[in-house]
Ligand binder design. Structure first.
Ligand code: SF4
Length: 469
């Protein structure tokens, strides 16, 4: 799928290392494996002899880090972050990890997710004298940790702060001697722990754990803080309320296929959605095609279940970078599409089942269907390996605004089909998502159903206008 024009963007990836030499270099390789979770900015902070040093910038991991600057980040503890801007927008000041200087000890933090009561908390903190350096909601946790400025063990301050925030988060916090890995009590964002060379790593996705050669131990549980220090791993619950409402979009689209999320491999889950999709919405066709890359697993599943051969009917040009000069309107109309091409000799004269993982604005899907038809496909039967996206996400996934969501605007499936230009169209059921993701009982499906797992908070400006606060 082509993220930048699809309008569905991930919200970040975090990684942390404790007690392993060259921690920053390990973090660099891990961030590279997490790059799909955010391409706007990245950073690494290391700590050595209580000194924090950070390198960060706007761009890809390979653009920001070179051998020379990475070498200056020596030490055996580090945390890193890849960012796609959500709350607070872009800009270097919002690129993480954040480092906070304080007379009780410096610390650094990196965050994946979105705090839904951030406006209320920011106002509360500002009224107590806090000054915010960024417009990112991730800074709020740091201010909450430091708000009482007392000499209690920092753990108590962390637990208290986590209890005040609501929403989706995986936080990695690094002090001069400890690493804290924290996950929201709703279980919306993934975070896993592994061991390596006598030390530990924590990661948003297990693909980064594999890439650095670490051995998976377990996931951080919802509502849990895992503390890693010279005494090893310890665990404290900051909340007794615990749910496993993992973001369904992690399985459908965001996570890498080689990652396991809460015990279910992402590729296997997607393949299963494809199999169920065939049972729910069979199509008579000659070939099955998946939109690269994230829909290929589901297309393989559809092909296996139906017996219709899977073909490479679409090719993605992997080397079109962010800085590539896009074709002008005139060239676009002439059919110059740099990111995705239909393979004429494969699709010509064929009835095609096209599998895509989701429809957000619908513009990309419309282009692909048109492209396949122009390449000679006689019929295009579109099957979507997720339910229609009808509601916005408040947990750090940019699903575009409500008005831009095609299925929220046009509620009838046949009208969506006509707008896209496919011969037939069907979506996966919500129930199938639970089944495919390891027969789970809990999952966040709010962008499909409108059933949000957390409270939703009124924007503060609107609240003031209404005089409700
Ligand atoms: S609303 Fe959708 S995108 Fe947002 S966390 Fe839930 S499933 Fe994921």
């Amino acid at each position: 799928m082509m993220r930048e024009i699809r309008g569905l963007n991930e919200e970040c990836g975090v990684f942390g290392v404790w007690g392993i030499d060259n921690a920053a270099t390990i973090t660099y390789y891990a961030l590279h494996a997490l790059q799909h979770r955010g391409q706007e900015g990245c950073g690494i902070v290391r700590v050595r002899d209580r000194q924090f040093k950070r390198i960060k910038g706007e761009g890809l991991v390979t653009e920001i880090f070179k051998e020379e600057n990475l070498r200056t980040l020596d030490g055996d503890m580090a945390i890193g972050h890849v960012r796609y801007s959500t709350t607070g927008g872009g800009g270097i000041e919002n690129v993480q990890p954040f480092v906070f200087r304080h007379n009780t000890g410096d610390f650094a933090l990196a965050h994946n997710g979105n705090i839904v009561n951030s406006q209320q908390l920011q106002r509360y903190l500002e009224e107590r004298g806090s000054l915010f350096h960024s417009t990112s909601d991730s800074e709020i946790l740091a201010h909450l940790i430091k708000k009482d400025n007392d000499n209690r063990d920092r753990l108590y301050a962390v637990l208290e702060a986590l209890n005040m925030i609501d929403g989706a988060f995986a936080f990695v916090i690094m002090t001069a001697s400890r690493l804290y890995a924290c996950r929201d009590k709703h279980g919306l964002r993934p975070l896993s722990i592994a061991k390596l060379n006598g030390g530990y790593v924590v990661s948003s996705e297990t693909c980064a754990i594999d890439i650095v050669g670490a051995e998976f131990i377990r996931d951080v549980e919802p509502g849990e803080v895992v503390i890693i220090d010279k005494d090893g791993l310890h665990s404290v619950d900051y909340s007794k309320y615990k749910r496993h409402n993992m973001c369904a979009m992690e399985y459908i689209y965001f996570a890498r296929p080689d990652s396991d999320i809460e015990g279910t491999n992402v590729h296997s889950c997607r393949k299963e959605t494809g199999k169920i999709l065939y049972k729910e919405a069979p199509a008579a066709a000659d070939i099955v095609i998946g939109v690269p890359d994230s829909s290929i697993s589901a297309a393989i599943g559809y092909s296996e279940a139906s017996g219709i051969p899977y073909e490479m009917g679409l090719i993605k040009n992997k080397y079109v970078g962010r800085t590539f000069i896009q074709p002008s309107q005139d060239l676009r109309e002439k059919g110059v599409r740099m990111k995705l091409s239909a393979v004429h000799s494969i699709v010509r004269g064929k009835r095609v089942v096209l599998i895509d993982d989701s429809i957000v604005r619908g513009t990309t899907t419309q282009h692909i269907v048109r492209m396949l038809k122009q390449s000679g496909a006689t019929e295009v039967h579109l099957r979507i390996a997720s339910p229609p996206i009808m509601y916005p996400c408040f947990y750090g996934v940019d699903t575009s605004t409500y008005d831009e969501l095609l299925c929220a605007r046009i509620k009838e499936i046949d009208k969506v089909r006509a707008a896209i230009g496919a011969n037939s169209l069907a979506f996966l059921s919500v129930g199938a998502l639970y089944k495919a993701a390891g027969d789970r009982k809990e999952l966040c499906t709010a962008c499909f159903t409108g059933h949000y797992p957390t409270a939703l908070y009124q924007p503060i400006e609107a609240a003031n206008k209404d005089g409700k606060f």
